[in-house]
Structure formats: structure tokens, C-alpha cells
Design a protein around this ligand. Structure first.
Ligand code: GLN
Ligand code: ZN
Length: 761
């Protein structure tokens, strides 16, 4: 029973890689200093995994920016535009210019597109294919790292180079032009994979890992066909080396039948996301194949200790049916998605910390499982009693009961939208096309430094409050000058829209060092939702009320919604996720009611993460929406008819989830849509969405300033699809990352366009 790992975090325990990359980009260090940092991280990672006695240790899981971009470089999938930059002389600069764009000496080449890695918070660089895309071995990274690992690890037998498999790689990319399908490139691509695999074999490698997460999606017939073709070819030409195919992030479902026709040496399955698939897969394995089954048992996407009894049960069942020498054990996916070492946390309560495992600890858990299988029952007993132990820190009976007792009334506003709209109109007297913003205003260096000083206790509470108030007064003055209709307080007191709330809620904690790579050098520190969640006191009321006291205009209260708080955190795994969502929802609801009681009449509950939480397979969407929409409604439905609830989402793909968005029943929904030129409103008009909508009228991701005419044009487009009494005018998203100069002119143009629209339409 081999123990192996699919991938280890590569950012470094002190985020060394982030710091080194950023120093290199700003020319503070040279490439050899950067390479040195990479080398040290790889070395450290290999040593940790060797000490943990893994039988197979990943190599080429390291990346300076993104492992999908590494694949593009390996396979020579590089657009001409990057090659043509004369100032670029080496691969690393070529690589970074693809990732980040290149702007210098009159050259202005855009970065490649980035998008989410399945349903995780990691983002990858999307490969771009030409119709006649040629593939070749372009970069030597995998071979160099293999050489390096041979010097660190005791035996070449332990080294398992990792690559994204050909079909997932094609799947993750996009066509540059519409005239072909990227899956048709498979015939050009597969020979290069064969080449690479043969080269690795010549270097003495025994095992290689090809990641094929496409195996957990609803694969099309075409994808299945090319999959069979690719692995037919690979197994025909690559003998003398063992290939491990991995599936992760969900179960394989029907796709297991693909393996009736192809044979590789081992198949890895995710038993964390889909424990129920084991039965079916074992019966498939016991009948047909000689393949080895790799059991993905340790959760690579969450930070809780493994439940050994559960894992052992699965291992024993597998041994019984197909024999110990046909079993491997591993985490379900790469450990890229968890922080590195729990030992670098010093302030987490011991009862909680004892239940947690970061990457380093997860590797050791494999060892424990092996020992238990070999007869060490003590480890099993200790683990069971640890996980059973209840603690006052985790649990609160009252909150638990509340989460399971939600009535229809709790998730229903008093009256339907039409009645609410009438009452709200009578009260607010807003003009047609009312203007507003999404919440945050530029977070300048000055603001960040004040927040930091306050956190490091260099600034007293009074002084800090005074500063924030000063920023609020200023942003209100600016909004009044621009003549926006509904104002915001600017969110200056928040570093992050989830962290701000998780720091104030009971049952959630922040780590000191729990960094996880989000993209490139960007890391996030997800909060840890460890216990029953409740609201201790007001979280935003004081700031919002202060802001309202400074203006006669309407001030919008600003909250993060329950689904987003949950999606961007590590969530407890000892109760259904819906219960956790409802607990957060109750807490947000209390805050909403407190704002209302204090005289705030418009409250926005942001849910930018609602769509990204969607399960990978369509068949699970319904149950996801059942609890997520219910949680949102629970947080928003306690208010009077006259109180206007807004929500905000940052994306424009709504067509397939439209009815659920409507089901949220927010009085106003604002969302991104300028880049799609209001196309997304199609669905809203087809289904005659009843409530009010603020389709973003300009792109906040770019420093470009929109003209009055183009905004007016978008408003006109929108008014052809939606009744004009329901349209709001606002930017695509918050303005946190923009410069003040851009923001002032852009918003000015926006209010001007809205005023023109009122006269014209
Ligand atoms: N209110 C938040 C802001 O303006 C919303 C951010 C988001 O949608 N991601 O920053
Ligand atoms: Zn947004």
C-alpha cells in the first residue's frame, strides 16, 4: 500500500516565493536570486515529504506563478505577441509577461486571461490555442526539477513528476478563433506527451502522475472520445513506466466506464468529495482490471484532522475486495489549497488547534493510517476520542437549534415586491435611473498604513476611529459633489469583506500565517469557521450611522452575505454545510435589523461568491441552491417593506441560474455587465425579472475612464430590455483597487449620463 501525495504548497512557509517574485518584478533582485528562493522551497518540500516517509513524492508541482501556465511553456503554447517583445531574452521573463502582461518602452501587451481552477479559490492562466496549434517541448522545467530532486531524495523510485494530463489541459484552454474545437488538437498534442513521458522514463523515473480533473465533470461525447484516444496512444507507446491518472474535486460517476477501454497503471479517486463512489469503483476494479486504485482520503481543501475510523473503513473494504498491493493512499487533491504548517500558529485555542491539520500534518496522517492498518490501534483510539470530545468553545445548543428551525415566515418578506416597491418609492423619492456605487472607495496607502498601525497597537482606538471618520466625511463630500443618489460610507475600516465580519463573529477565527495561494503571488488567509456562529454585537452599525449623520441623502448599509462568508472560509465538517450557512445568516439578519432600527433604510448584502460555490456537476445544483438561497433570504427577510434590500454579484453569467437569482427576492440586484455590453440582461428580460436591477455601466477592473456617451448608450440598451422604472445606474463592482483620480471622473460621467437618460428616455 503505497503512500503518496499529489502536490505540496509552493509559496513557502513565510510566503518567500511571493516576496521573491514581487522583488524580482520590481527589479530589486535578479533572476538568480529568484531561482535560489524557488530551489530552497522545493528542497524544503521534498525533505518534509521524505521525512514523513511517503513512498511517492511529487516533483514539478512547484511553480513560479501557475502550474497551468507551466504546462503552456512546457508544450510551447505561447502566443507570437509575447515572443515579439525585443526586451525579453529569457524564459522566466517570457513566462511572467504571459502571466502579467508587458508594459514598457511603448510596448503594451495584455496579460493572458485568468480564471478559477474548478470550484476552488485558486486561479489559473487560460491556455490559448490557434487553429493549427503546434506543440513541442519548449521549457525544460520538469527535467531540471527532476535532476534537482535526484540530488535531494534518496531514491529515484520515490520521485513522481506531475503534469496536467492532455485532455484536462485542452479542456482548460480556449480557442483564439471560433473556427475549430480545441479537442481536435489532441492528435498534435499526444505525441508530445509521449515524448515527455519517454524522456522521463529515460531519466529513470518509475511513476508519473497525470492530472485529469476533467474526469469528475459531465464530459461530452467528444471529450470522452478524445480521452480514450489519448490514453490508448499513451499506453501503446509508454511502457516501462507507471502512469497514475488522477481525478479530483468530485466523483467520477459514469466516467469510470471510460476505463473499460483504456488501461493505465493506477487511477486516483476523490473519496472526500464523493465517498459514495467507492462501492461502484471497487466493483469495477474487482471485475475488470489490474489497475491500482489510489484512495483520496485526506481532505486537501480543508484544514481539519482526518477522521481515521472513516478512512480505515474505506481502506479495509478496498483491501478486502482487490488486495493490499493494488491500493495506494493519498490526499484527495493537491495540498496547494491548504496552508503549510499548523505549528506556525501560536494563538489558536488548543482545543481547536488539536483538531486542525495543515499540509505538513496531512502528510503525516497518511503515515498514521498505514500504522493503523498494520495493527496500531492506539492511534485510531486517540483520533476517535479527540474528534468526539465536545467543547464549550465549539458548541452552543441554542444556536444549533435555531439553525434547524427556520420557518417559511423567516425567509419571506412581509409583502411581495410590488407592494414593497410602492412603499419604498413613496418614501425615498429617488429619480428615474437612481445612481449609486457598490460600496468600497479607493484604499490608499494612507488608509492601509493607519489600519496596520491600529492592528499593531501603534494607534489608539480613539485615534483610529477619528481617522476612519475623517475618511468617511471626505468620501461623503465627494459623493455629494458628484451628485450620486444613494451614498456609501466607503468601507475604509475593512481590509477584506469576509475577514472584517469573521473577526467580529463568534465561532470564526483568523490565523496568523494560514496563507493559501490565490493566483500568482497573491495569497489569501481564509478564516476558519470552527464552531457555532453567532453575533456578539453590532458590527457595522456605528460606522454606517455615523456616515448617515453626515448627509441628508440616503446612506446604504453594507454587509457581506452568509454564502460568501462561508465560501471564502475553511468550514467545519462536522455538520451539514446548510446548518453552518443558516447560523451565519441569522447573525447577518440580526445586523440587518440593527441597522434598520438605527434608521438605515437601504441595506446591501453582497454575495459575490454565490455563483462560484456551484457544484461541478449539474445534478447537485438544486440542493446547493436550496440552502444557499434560503440562507440569503434568511439574512434579508426580517425587515419592513419600506426597507430596501440590495445585493451585489460580480459576474455576468446568469443565464443558467437565473431563476435562483430571482428567487433571492432582493429589492435591487447590482452586478457586473459592462464588459458583456448588457448582454446578461437578456435573461432578465426573457424571464421578465420583476425586481430592480443595477447592471454595471463601466468596468472597474481597468484604469480606463468611461465616456458619458458610452454609459448613456449602455443605459439605453438596458432600458430596451427592462422597464425603466426598475433600472439603477452603478459601476460593475467596488472601487477599492482604483485610483481616486479615475474614480472621480468616471463617477462624474456616470451621474451625468444618468441625468441625460432621465431627460431622454
Ligand atoms: N461591497 C464590496 C466592495 O465594494 C463588494 C466587493 C465584491 O463584490 N467583491 O468592495
Ligand atoms: Zn463585485
Amino acid at each position: 500500500m503505497l503512500k503518496h501525495n499529489l502536490g505540496y504548497p509552493r509559496i513557502g512557509i513565510q510566503r518567500e516565493l511571493k516576496k521573491a517574485c514581487e522583488a524580482y518584478w520590481s527589479k530589486k533582485i535578479d533572476s538568480s536570486a529568484l531561482f535560489e528562493v524557488g530551489k530552497r522551497i522545493r528542497e524544503e518540500n521534498w525533505k518534509i515529504q521524505e521525512e514523513a516517509d511517503l513512498d511517492l513524492i511529487p516533483c514539478n508541482d512547484f511553480s513560479f506563478y501557475d502550474h497551468v501556465l507551466d504546462m503552456s511553456l512546457l508544450l510551447g503554447v505561447i502566443s507570437e505577441s509575447y515572443f515579439s517583445i525585443p526586451m525579453i531574452h529569457n524564459n522566466i521573463d517570457l513566462y511572467f509577461s504571459m502571466a502579467r502582461g508587458f508594459q514598457k518602452n511603448g510596448w503594451d501587451i495584455k496579460a493572458m486571461e485568468m480564471t478559477k481552477w474548478f470550484n476552488t479559490n485558486y486561479h489559473y492562466i487560460v491556455p490559448e490555442f490557434d487553429k493549427n496549434q503546434k506543440f513541442s517541448i519548449f521549457s525544460n522545467k520538469i527535467f531540471d526539477e527532476l535532476e534537482e530532486s535526484k540530488n535531494i531524495l534518496k531514491s529515484i523510485k520515490k520521485i513522481k513528476p506531475v503534469l496536467i494530463g492532455p485532455i484536462s489541459y485542452l479542456f482548460l484552454g480556449k480557442e483564439k478563433e471560433k473556427s475549430f474545437h480545441r479537442m481536435d488538437l489532441v492528435e498534435n498534442l499526444v505525441p508530445i506527451y509521449i515524448n515527455i513521458i519517454q524522456k522521463l522514463k529515460d531519466e529513470g523515473v518509475h511513476w508519473i502522475q497525470l492530472d485529469e480533473p476533467i474526469l469528475v465533470l459531465d464530459m461530452s461525447e467528444k471529450e470522452k472520445k478524445v480521452f480514450k484516444y489519448a490514453y490508448g496512444e499513451i499506453s501503446k507507446f509508454c511502457y516501462g513506466i507507471n502512469i497514475l491518472l488522477t481525478s479530483y474535486f468530485d466523483g467520477m460517476s459514469e466516467n469510470i466506464s471510460l476505463f473499460q477501454d483504456i488501461s493505465v497503471q493506477a487511477l486516483h479517486i476523490d473519496l472526500v468529495e464523493d465517498p459514495n463512489q467507492l462501492e461502484k469503483i471497487l466493483s469495477f476494479f474487482s471485475k475488470e482490471s489490474k489497475m491500482i486504485l489510489s484512495l483520496g482520503l485526506i481532505n486537501g481543501r480543508n484544514i481539519w484532522k482526518n477522521n481515521y475510523a472513516n478512512s480505515i473503513q474505506k481502506i479495509e473494504k478496498s483491501i478486502k475486495l482487490i488486495g493490499e498491493d493494488r491500493i495506494m493512499i493519498a490526499p484527495n487533491c493537491s495540498l496547494l489549497h491548504v496552508p503549510i504548517d499548523i505549528e506556525s500558529e501560536n494563538s489558536i485555542h488548543i482545543d481547536i488547534k488539536n483538531r486542525m491539520a495543515f499540509a505538513k500534518q496531512k502528510i503525516d496522517e497518511l503515515n498514521d493510517l498505514e500504522k493503523i492498518i498494520k495493527g496500531n490501534k492506539n492511534i485510531l483510539l486517540n483520533n476517535s476520542s479527540l474528534l468526539k470530545k465536545s467543547s464549550y468553545i465549539f458548541y452552543d445548543k441554542k444556536i444549533q437549534e435555531k439553525a434547524t428551525k427556520i420557518t417559511e415566515k423567516d425567509i419571506q418578506r412581509n409583502n411581495n415586491f410590488h407592494i414593497r416597491q410602492k412603499k419604498q418609492n413613496r418614501k425615498f423619492h429617488l429619480p428615474l435611473f437612481p445612481t449609486t456605487t457598490i460600496g468600497s472607495f479607493p484604499q490608499t496607502k494612507e488608509i492601509r498604513s493607519f489600519r496596520n498601525k491600529f492592528r499593531n497597537k501603534e494607534l489608539s482606538q480613539e485615534k483610529y476611529d477619528e481617522k476612519i471618520k475623517h475618511f468617511i466625511i471626505d468620501v461623503i463630500k465627494k459623493q455629494e459633489e458628484i451628485d450620486l443618489d444613494v451614498l456609501v460610507h466607503g468601507e475604509f475600516e475593512r481590509t477584506d469583506m469576509v475577514e472584517y465580519f469573521s473577526d467580529k463573529l463568534k465561532g470564526i477565527l483568523s490565523t496568523e500565517n494560514g496563507w493559501v495561494q490565490s493566483y500568482g503571488s497573491r495569497c489569501v488567509k481564509p478564516p476558519i469557521l470552527y464552531g457555532d456562529v453567532s453575533r456578539i454585537g453590532d458590527m457595522t452599525v456605528e460606522w454606517i450611522c455615523f456616515a448617515q449623520s453626515q448627509t441628508k441623502k440616503l446612506m446604504k448599509g453594507m454587509l457581506t452575505g452568509p454564502v460568501t462568508i462561508l465560501q471564502w472560509s475553511f468550514v467545519r465538517d462536522d455538520q451539514p454545510i446548510s446548518h453552518t450557512a443558516y447560523q451565519i445568516a441569522w447573525a447577518i439578519r440580526e445586523e440587518v435589523l440593527s441597522l434598520e432600527k438605527s434608521g438605515i433604510q437601504i441595506i446591501q448584502i453582497d454575495e459575490p461568491a454565490l455563483r462560484e460555490g456551484l457544484p461541478l456537476k449539474k445534478k447537485y445544483w438544486k440542493s446547493y441552491f436550496d440552502w444557499s438561497i434560503k440562507a440569503f433570504r434568511l439574512s434579508s427577510s426580517g425587515v419592513k417593506d419600506e426597507t430596501q434590500i440590495h445585493t451585489h454579484m460580480c459576474y455576468s453569467e446568469f443565464n443558467d441560474i437565473f431563476e435562483h437569482i430571482a428567487d433571492m427576492d432582493a429589492d435591487v440586484i447590482t452586478m457586473e455587465s459592462s464588459r458583456s455590453k448588457m448582454e446578461l440582461l437578456e435573461a432578465f428580460s426573457v424571464f421578465s425579472y420583476p425586481n430592480e436591477i443595477g447592471p454595471g455601466v463601466y468596468d472597474i477592473h481597468s484604469p480606463r475612464i468611461p465616456t458619458v456617451e458610452e454609459i448613456l448608450d449602455l443605459i439605453e440598451k438596458a432600458s430596451k430590455k427592462i422597464s425603466i422604472k426598475n433600472i439603477w445606474v452603478n459601476p460593475d463592482c467596488g472601487l477599492k483597487t482604483r485610483k481616486w483620480k479615475e474614480v472621480l471622473i468616471s463617477l462624474h460621467n456616470m451621474t451625468k449620463a444618468a441625468k441625460m437618460a432621465r431627460l431622454k428616455l
